[in-house]
Design a protein around this ligand. Structure first.
Ligand SMILES: [Cu+2]
Length: 101
């Protein structure tokens, strides 16, 4: 089952939060489309995310971070996934499907 169903070619704002309470960082990778960081922890993005124009396919979530991104799945419909790039995490359910319709 998808964790989200989003319409093709429609701007979305997604929020990624690391509320795990531990000391892990989570590099979250979204398939199929680039993202642009709008804000990080309600403030300015990091330097390599800074101008809102940098296209990112992975968002690094430090402890307690919350990051708002703009994403627009422009080209294709289908079933896609996002996941943490720490292998131990993606192998233990930090992976989800989303559908573009
Ligand atoms: Cu992780």
């Amino acid at each position: 089952m998808p964790i989200a169903t989003v319409p093709k070619n429609t701007p979305e704002v997604w929020t990624f939060s690391n509320g795990s309470g531990g000391t892990w960082w989570h590099p979250v990778h979204v398939h199929h489309e680039f993202m642009r960081v709008i804000s990080r922890n309600s403030g300015a993005p990091l330097a390599d995310e800074a101008d809102g124009m940098a296209r990112k396919d992975t968002i690094l979530l430090g402890v307690g971070d919350s990051v708002d991104v703009h994403v627009n799945f422009r080209d294709f419909t289908g079933n896609f996934m996002f996941h943490c790039h720490n292998l131990e995490h993606e192998d233990h359910f930090m992976m989800a499907r989303f559908d573009v319709v």
